[in-house]
Design a binder for this molecule. Structure first.
Ligand SMILES: [Zn+2]
Ligand SMILES: [Zn+2]
Length: 94
């Protein structure tokens, strides 16, 4: 007997045939995404950098309406560099 289940990934909701009683997602991609989402949540609640899991060295925002940064300064630096690299590459392409 096959059971039709709805994927538990919050941004998917696809239907799939449950081939294993513990299967909760339509694809390994959805499982991975949800796994990441869970540890991101955990890291945020522990005040750790979402990317590298190290304690946050970035000052938390004094503004209450602003969300505190998710990444430590090293990771933010890395992301900024990568973003700038990408931008540069796009420019040279055109
Ligand atoms: Zn899915
Ligand atoms: Zn980090």
């Amino acid at each position: 007997m096959s059971i039709i289940k709805v994927c538990e990934a919050s941004d998917c909701n696809k239907r799939f045939i449950q081939t294993h009683p513990r299967r909760r997602y339509c694809s390994p991609k959805c499982a991975e995404r949800e796994k990441r989402r869970r540890y991101v949540k955990k890291r945020i609640s522990l005040g750790l950098c979402v990317q590298c899991g190290k304690p946050m060295d970035y000052p938390t925002s004094p503004h209450k309406n602003k969300t505190s940064p998710l990444y430590c300064s090293a990771c933010q630096d890395y992301f900024r560099k990568r973003y700038l690299e990408k931008k540069k590459q796009q420019k040279t392409k055109k």
